[in-house]
Design a protein around this ligand. Structure first.
Ligand code: 8YV
Length: 331
């Protein structure tokens, strides 16, 4: 009987679907994610791993799991998995693309509107009883319509962000490794450098994956290029932004504000300098966290892991070409 480890609690429906396959299913029910040592101990006899962002699935973990055939990541980003190590071992890796694009863009756009129209700070002021007399120059916000949104990374989530911006009469610029045919659907304009996008945008929203090249992609020089009135939105991965440089940029007024769904580390400690700033809004990495979307993601993980156990490619496989191209591996 194949064995599957699910490293966080999951929906009853997804657990039931895994068990219905006849596999033995172990769900990590602890309040905290497994530590590295805990994960290494738990994977020794598993065939399938249903993993989450808090698991660093590296070569050491894979070495400890000689039977491992498939890893199903709960998320579209899989930077927590060492793909080269998986490729070398013929371990198929699946993720959950597309189903979370709209929810993630919804949240990114909500962060944009919260910063622009100050729904992130004024309600708390009202609750504190500090709503003063009417003042034509008081509580001023920033427009969204007819402002420029710069999207970095025009994949599925970036495209959904562009659609939302079009509905708000924004001008949309984007920077991507390749120019996208889909730009016509929402009238987005391609710029061929990040610098140009940063110089021209009133809002900059990050949607590119975390890779060695994009680590600290946004740092002191990039903040200097941005308008002093600009707002940064990050719903991708924390390490894409150099947080010390961001703190300095926000504190000195180099940029006007930032809204982050993702940080380094996660959770961000309560005494982190960014949390002392009035112009920084931080959410606890929840862009995909709606009940409907998380359920769809869970069921995609089920499909991925069960296909892998059956010896098939996971339907949402990220390393099929790499493994299939390696004659040494006889999957
Ligand atoms: C998840 C995400 O919440 O899909 C992603 O890449 O960051 C989020 O949807 C996260 O991966 C939790 O596992």
């Amino acid at each position: 009987m194949p064995k599957i480890l699910v490293t966080r609690r999951t929906f009853p429906e997804s657990a039931a679907a895994l068990r219905a396959s006849g596999a033995e299913v172990v769900v990590w029910e602890d309040a905290d994610s497994p530590t590295k040592e805990g994960l290494i101990a738990a994977v020794c006899d598993i065939d399938g791993l249903y993993a989450h962002i808090t698991n660093q699935v590296d070569a050491e973990v894979m070495e400890a799991a000689p039977n491992l055939k498939v890893i199903a990541e709960f998320g579209v980003g899989y930077d927590n998995i060492d793909i080269n190590a998986a490729n070398e071992r013929g371990i198929a890796v699946g993720n959950t693309p597309d189903v979370l694009s709209e929810s993630t863009a919804d949240e990114a756009f909500a962060l944009l509107t919260a910063m622009a129209r100050r729904t992130y700070d004024l309600p708390a002021m009202v609750k504190r009883g500090e709503w003063g007399d009417f003042d034509p120059l008081g509580y001023l916000a920033t427009d969204i319509h007819h402002k420029t949104l710069g999207i970095v990374g025009m994949g599925n989530i970036g495209s959904e962000m562009a659609k939302r911006a079009a509905g708000f009469n924004m001008e949309v610029l984007y920077f991507n490794r390749n120019r996208r045919e889909r730009e016509k659907e929402f009238g987005a304009t391609y710029v061929d450098s990040l610098d140009e996008l940063l110089e021209r945008s009133d809002y900059v929203s990050l949607h590119n994956p975390l890779t060695p090249e994009t680590t600290n992609m946004m740092s002191t020089d990039q903040f200097k290029l941005m308008k002093k009135s600009a707002i940064l939105i990050n719903t991708t991965r924390g390490p894409v932004v150099d947080q010390e440089a961001l703190y300095e940029a926000l504190k000195s007024g180099e940029i006007a504000g930032a809204a982050l769904d993702v940080t380094v580390p996660e959770p961000i400690p309560a005494d982190h300098p960014l949390l002392t700033l009035d112009n920084c809004l931080i959410m606890p990495h929840v862009a995909s966290a709606t009940g409907d979307t998380r359920m769809k993601m869970a069921m995609m993980c089920v499909e991925n892991v069960l296909a892998g156990l059956a010896g098939d490619w996971p339907p949402y496989c990220v390393n099929q070409a790499a493994i299939a191209g390696n004659a040494r591996l006889n999957r």
